[in-house]
Ligand binder design. Structure first.
Ligand SMILES: *Cc1c(COP(=O)(O)O)cnc(C)c1O
Length: 361
């Protein structure tokens, strides 16, 4: 339909077609205002309704209580690698990091500039093909927080449940699996996510922070880097990414319309199972790179018997309208990113294509 292809890009990634259509409908003149959302003041009543609805719907989807603030910030998930330690590494000036991929490592790099980082566990030795086991985590009960990456976009692994961290606040980079299922936000001190994988366009980072952590920010912290600034001004201390937040709001509304995150999760389980089950039954021709029990529902990483076949498959797939299947260079092989918005039919068609490719090669 409308020349759309199957977009397996890891990010920026596919958005729900219904959302794009609704945005198109309102693109030139938003609901009779005579202007695009992109052209209106962030201080206008119309825009205020848009950002409030986006926040409300995200709160509804994740059942977020009043003891948490929900922020729409800029600087991507990457700025959060710095903002998190700058704001909440006090008072003990040390934090635990569970390292499960390149993004966790980048988070560690910035945290080290602020205080002491304890690597509570790492799967780097096995090129991040698994998630460390709870019993192998060396957590420090005095740490100011524990940081983990819920889904490893590059390596195709995912935590099936949060690590248990006792009373230490849990901080999560959920950039590539936010809203893929219901989680209990009360288990977390802070959750952050760049929007452009599972939630909207690039340019917005969602931050959900427990309000009692806000007093930890040092008094001399730069105004813009301080979460309190953004909480006090409802994410409008300066001009936010107005259009990005608008699209996130449409995505949240779309999820609610589907029946919420339990329905979404069921669909995600089905989509991922289609692909993994087919790979597992291929007699080793298509082999998953992640440990079975840690496989991601969002990014399916796999290899073929050799690199020539991988190249051939990627190129033939592209001709047939399956785009973005090349794996990240640090893993090699292929990666099919099948986020919330990716249709089941696209996974079925990919499996059919892979079946035929195997027969012919
Ligand atoms: C993409 C990604 C990031 C980086 O996001 P930006 O918004 O580009 O800064 C961080 N963490 C994870 C898990 C990611 O997938």
């Amino acid at each position: 339909m409308e020349n759309r292809i199957y977009n397996f890009s890891a990010g920026p990634a596919i958005l729900p077609l219904d959302v794009l259509k609704e945005a198109k409908e309102d693109f030139v003149s938003y609901k009779g205002t005579g202007m695009s959302v992109m052209e209106m003041s962030h201080r206008s009543k119309t825009y205020d309704d848009i950002i409030k609805a986006a926040e409300r719907d995200i709160r509804t989807l994740l059942n977020i209580g009043d003891d948490y603030a929900v922020l729409f910030l800029q600087g991507g998930a990457t700025l959060q690698f710095s903002m998190v330690p700058l704001n909440i590494m006090a008072p003990n000036n040390k934090a635990d990091y569970i390292v499960t991929g390149s993004w966790s490592k980048k988070a560690v790099k910035e945290a080290k500039r602020v205080g002491d980082v304890n690597i509570a566990a790492s799967s780097e030795e096995s090129n991040f093909n698994n998630i460390p086991k709870q019993e192998d985590m060396k957590l420090d009960a005095e740490a100011s927080y524990v940081h983990f990456t819920s889904n490893n976009t590059i390596f195709g692994t995912q935590f099936s449940a949060e690590p248990s961290v006792g009373d230490v606040p849990l901080v999560c980079d959920a950039s590539s699996d936010i809203l893929h299922k219901k989680i209990d936000v009360n288990k977390y001190g802070l959750i952050y996510a760049g929007a452009q994988k599972n939630m909207g366009p690039a340019g917005v980072a969602l931050v959900i922070i427990k309000k009692n952590l806000l007093d930890r920010a040092p008094a001399d912290l730069h105004t813009y880097l301080n979460y309190n600034t953004h909480v006090e001004k409802d994410s409008m201390y300066n001009t936010p990414s107005t259009y990005g937040i608008y699209i996130i709001g449409l995505v949240a509304k779309w999820l609610i319309g589907l029946g919420g995150l339990d329905v979404m999760y069921k669909m995600n389980l089905e989509k991922a199972a289609l692909l993994y089950d087919f790979m597992d039954a291929s007699g080793g021709y298509f082999s998953g790179t992640a440990a079975k029990e840690d496989r991601s529902l969002m990014n399916v990483t796999f290899r073929l018997p050799n690199e020539d076949l991988e190249k051939k498959l990627i190129s033939e797939a592209a001709d047939k309208g399956f785009s973005g299947l090349k794996g990240h260079r640090s893993v090699g092989g292929l990666r099919a990113s099948i986020y919330n918005a990716f249709p089941k039919k696209g996974v079925e068609d990919l499996v059919e294509f892979m079946k035929n490719f195997k027969v012919n090669n």
